[in-house]
Design a protein around this ligand. Sequence first.
Ligand SMILES: [Zn+2]
Length: 503
Amino acid sequence: MLTKNYYFTALLLLSLRMLSAQQINPTIPQDWCGTHGYSPWLTWYHDHKAEISSLRNDDSTMLYVPVTMHLVGPDNATSFYEEKDCFRILCELNEQYAPARIYFYFSPGEPFVYHAKSLWYNHDWDGGKDMIESTRIPDRLNCYVVADPAGNCGYSWLDAIVLGTGCSNPGNSTWAHEAGHHFSLPHPFFGWEGHNWTFNQPAPLEWDGYPVEKMDGSNCYDSGDRFCDTRPDYLNYRWNCDAQQFSTVTQKDPDGVVFRSDASLYMSYSLDACASRFTEEQIEAMRTNLFTEHISYLQTFDFGGLVADDAKVTYLSPIDSSIQQYNNIVLEWAPVDNATFYYVEVSTSPYFSVVFSSAFVYDNITSLKITKNIPNNKTMYWRVTPYSEWDVCKSIASLPPAVFKTKNLSATNELERVADISLTPNPVAGGNSVVLGVNSSESIDMMLTINDASGRLCFQKFVEMYSGDNLMNISTDRLEAGLYFVTIQTSKGTLVKRLVVTK
Ligand SMILES: [Zn+2]
């Protein structure tokens, strides 16, 4: 049982409240990261460093950050970033922030919030502002996952971070980078964002109104990212590193000293594979930020226990290859100690190489009803992985699956029992093809006939269908708009489906 309490002076919090109204302001789009500028908090931090350090708890205290993931999709809600990937994101963030003793967990009861809004899914800065201001939830890190965050991989703004799905893949460092901005860290190349420069000539003393960081460290607290344990870096575009984790490009500081940028920093623009760390001064600033500007994240919580690493799920039903109606299956399992989420997967393979259905189940519910996407006449494997809000890094490969078989128990003839027959799309726009799908447990010869509403024969063809999945394209070129009857005749019975052709 872990319980955290933190105490601070009212005076300090009062001065911070005035600061937190402002945020880093992104101005230049079409970039890897859309965050530019200094956080006002960072200036305050440098001005009050000594005073704050005496108020802060010791550096070994683990700081727990609650997260709500805002999953944004288009108006028709057809595409959202997947919840299982959100668990992976937090798992990776926790590895990246382990040296900072910062741990991210899902906000209890509100791990995911869905927004179906195309204007936010692919947004410009106005859309991003509208999205954050109308949906941000206080007292936790609000993370938005969208298709296009104003032309960037991600940005940190208005006390939230926004990430693109294309930059949220395994091994990406974008989340660590944007969370770093959220906790006040600037780019090491601060001031150079959005500018062009020929790097083999000495840098000027000032650039864009800010002093340029030198290799001798003389101005390191006033320029660049304002930390002295990060060396100068002017590279404001995505760049690759050498084997020693330095930039392949050399630069010259205002004194003409040649140097390479440190690619190991998450806050630099080095490629994902190059970045692996925050420096001690960056860590101290982020932790102090959490103890001040973002103190409301550090809530007093009863963590409960963690889900045991070797926790085994007891499958209740269906098990032992029992027969299930393929389009009406209820999966049930026994609760696992301390688990609050379950991830359920159904596959035709015991290795889950192809997953036909998957879902997260919350709030201590231990069952899931599935009515679509499960093939008929198949042996199916299902497994459940337990998680909790705190426990975001489960490995699922070792959990043994349960087995059931699918049938069409409501079939009225032998044909429906052995084959699942579909016709898509339906209605179909005239001129487009319609696909006849036959999932059969054995080979069948069939006569396919299409008649119009008045019974006239429009199409007829003999087709051989094999065991497994069969797909056949049927052209509607010669079909007028209207209602048709598609008849499938076999030795095991006949099936008639309606087909609507539109103009
Ligand atoms: Zn950035």
